[in-house]
Design a protein around this ligand. Structure first.
Ligand SMILES: Cc1ncc(COP(=O)(O)O)c(C=O)c1O
Length: 456
C-alpha cells in the first residue's frame, strides 16, 4: 500500500484504483493524453472495487422488498446489509435511521419536508445551494441566513448569538463539513455544541467531507448527516440521510407510495386509510435503487479497509504540493474564507489575474487534458464574497457568460481524492505555470455560455 517516491523521498501510499485512469483524451493541438480528473468535488470516479462489487452482484439483481423469489430475497438482504454498513461507516447511534435517497440535495430536501411546522432554520450564506435553499420550500418554516464568518471561531460565535436571540420552538442548524469552494473544514463539533446548548438540532452536509475524511455522527454529535454516492466513488444515483428517527417518523412520507405504506384500506365512505411505516422505509417509497445503495456500501467498506487515516495523510501531502506550487505563481490567488492555516480537504478554488476563469479552465482541458471546474460552484453568495462582492448574471451552478480575456466573475476549482496520482497534481501545476507564462496556444470563443476552443 505504501511506496517511497524518488521525487520526494517520502513514504506516500499509492492511489486507490479508480475507473477511467487510463482514458486518453484528445488535445486541441493534436494527439492524446491520459485524462487528469481533477474535478472530484463535482463527481469522483468510481472506485474499481465498487465497480467489481457491482459487476459481481449484477447477475443476482432482483427487486427489493417486493418479491418472493430467491434473487429478490438476496437483493433485499443486500439492500438492508448496506444500510448497516453505512450506519457503521458514519458511526451512527442506536436508534438512528439511515435513509437512502438520490443525493445530498435529495436528502436535505427530505429533511426540509419533515421538520416540524414552525421550525426556525439557521444556515450560513456560505453554504452550497443544496443546503441553503431547501428550507424555502416550506411556508411554515422560518429561515435565518447568517453572514459569512471569517474564522471558525467567529462561525461558532455568530451562531451562538443568533440562537440565543431565537424564540422558543424547534430549531435546526444546517452546516457543511467541508466547503465545496475552498475545501476548508468547518468547526462541526463546536457548532453542534452551540446548537445543542440552545436546544437546536444540527444537520451536517457531508457531501464534501465524507469522501475526504471519516465522519462520526456520534463523536461530532450531529443530529443528521447527508452525503452523495457519486462524490464518494459510487456514482450510481444514491445518497444518504442518516440520523435521529423522531422527526422522520412523525412526519408525512417524503414520497407517498408503495414501500412507504404498511397497510392501505378502503373506508366505508369511499376514501382510503393509510398506515405508514415508522422505519426508514417511510421515506423510501417506490422501488429502491439497490445497485446505487450497494455501491455506496462498497465504497464505505473500500475506504475503511484501505485505511481512511492513510488516505487522509496522502491527500494532505498532495494538497501541500498543490498549494506550494500555486504559491510560486504570483498571478494566482487562492480563495479562502478562514485563511492559509485553516485545515482543509483536497478542494481548492482560485483565480488568475489577467484571465477569465472559464477561459483558463477551457485551456487546461483542451490543451492539457486536465478536467477542472469553473463557475460559482452552486455557492453563489460565497464565491461572490470571496471574489469581492462582484455580481453578474450566472447560469445555475455555472459561470457568467464571458469571452476570453474578459474579467473573471467566477473561479477555477481543482479537486482530487483517493484515486489521484501525484503525476496529475504535477501536470496541473506545469500547465498553470505554462499558461500564465506563455498564454493559451489556441483561441477560444463563448458558445452557449461556455468557453470552447475555436475550431474555425
Ligand atoms: C457541499 C455540497 N453540498 C451539497 C451538494 C449537492 O450534492 P448533490 O449534487 O450530489 O446533490 C454538493 C455538490 O456539489 C456540495 O458540494
Amino acid at each position: 500500500m505504501t511506496v517511497t517516491t524518488a521525487a520526494t523521498g517520502r513514504r506516500i501510499c499509492t492511489p486507490l484504483p479508480v475507473l477511467g485512469r487510463d482514458v486518453l483524451v484528445p488535445l486541441v493541438t493534436g494527439g492524446t493524453v491520459p485524462y487528469a480528473a481533477l474535478d472530484y468535488a463535482a463527481s469522483a470516479p468510481a472506485l474499481q472495487r465498487v465497480w467489481d462489487d457491482i459487476a459481481a452482484y449484477a447477475p443476482y439483481y432482483g427487486s427489493v422488498h417486493r418479491g418472493a423469489g430467491y434473487l429478490s430475497q438476496l437483493s433485499t438482504d443486500l439492500f438492508e446489509q448496506s444500510r448497516d454498513t453505512v450506519a457503521d461507516f458514519l458511526g451512527c447511534r442506536d436508534g438512528d435511521q439511515v435513509i437512502f435517497t438520490r443525493s445530498t440535495t435529495d436528502s436535505l430536501n427530505l429533511l426540509a419536508a419533515v421538520v416540524p411546522a414552525g421550525t426556525h432554520v439557521f444556515v450560513f450564506e456560505t453554504e452550497h445551494h443544496a443546503s441553503l435553499l431547501p428550507w424555502r420550500t416550506r411556508d411554515d418554516v422560518r429561515v435565518t441566513v447568517l453572514s459569512a464568518p471569517r474564522t471558525p471561531e467567529q462561525a461558532v460565535a455568530v451562531l451562538d448569538v443568533a440562537l440565543h436571540g431565537a424564540a422558543k420552538g424547534p430549531k435546526l442548524v444546517c452546516v457543511t463539513g467541508a466547503s465545496n469552494v475552498t475545501g476548508e473544514l468547518w468547526p462541526v463539533r463546536e457548532l453542534a455544541a452551540a446548537a445543542h446548548r440552545h436546544g437546536a438540532r444540527i444537520v451536517l452536509d457531508a457531501a464534501q467531507l465524507a469522501p475526504h475524511h471519516p465522519v462520526d455522527v456520534a463523536a461530532l454529535d450531529v443530529d443528521w448527516v447527508a452525503f452523495s454516492g457519486h462524490k464518494l466513488y459510487a456514482p450510481f444515483g444514491s445518497g444518504v440521510l442518516a440520523g435521529r428517527a423522531d422527526w422522520l417518523r412523525e412526519a408525512e412520507p417524503y414520497l407517498a407510495g408503495g414501500g412507504a405504506s404498511r397497510k392501505v384500506a378502503r373506508r366505508a365512505d369511499g376514501g382510503v386509510d393509510v398506515e405508514w411505516h415508522t422505519t426508514a422505509a417511510r421515506h423510501e417509497a417506490g422501488s429502491p435503487n439497490v445497485i446505487g445503495v450497494y455501491a455506496i456500501a462498497s465504497a464505505c467498506k473500500a475506504l475503511t479497509e484501505a485505511g481512511f487515516g492513510e488516505l487522509v495523510d496522502r491527500e494532505q501531502q498532495l494538497l501541500a504540493r498543490l498549494r506550494a506550487g500555486l504559491a510560486e505563481v504570483p498571478e494566482v490567488r487562492v480563495l479562502s474564507l478562514f485563511g492559509d492555516d485553516a485545515p482543509r480537504v483536497g478542494v481548492l478554488s482560485f483565480v488568475v489575474s489577467g484571465w477569465n476563469s472559464s477561459h483558463f479552465a477551457a485551456a487546461l482541458s483542451a490543451e492539457y487534458g486536465i478536467g477542472v471546474r469553473d463557475g460559482l460552484f452552486c455557492a453563489h453568495p460565497l464565491v461572490r464574497t470571496l471574489l469581492g462582492g462582484e455580481s453578474d448574471d450566472p447560469g445555475e451552478c455555472g459561470a457568467p457568460e464571458a469571452a476570453p480575456g474578459e474579467r473573471s466573475l467566477n473561479a477555477i476549482r481543482v479537486s482530487f481524492g483517493a484515486g489521484t496520482p501525484e503525476e496529475h497534481i504535477d501536470r496541473f501545476l506545469t500547465a498553470v505555470r505554462t499558461l500564465v507564462r506563455e498564454g493559451a496556444r489556441w483561441s477560444y470563443r463563448t458558445e452557449d455560455g461556455r468557453c470552447v476552443p475555436d475550431r474555425g
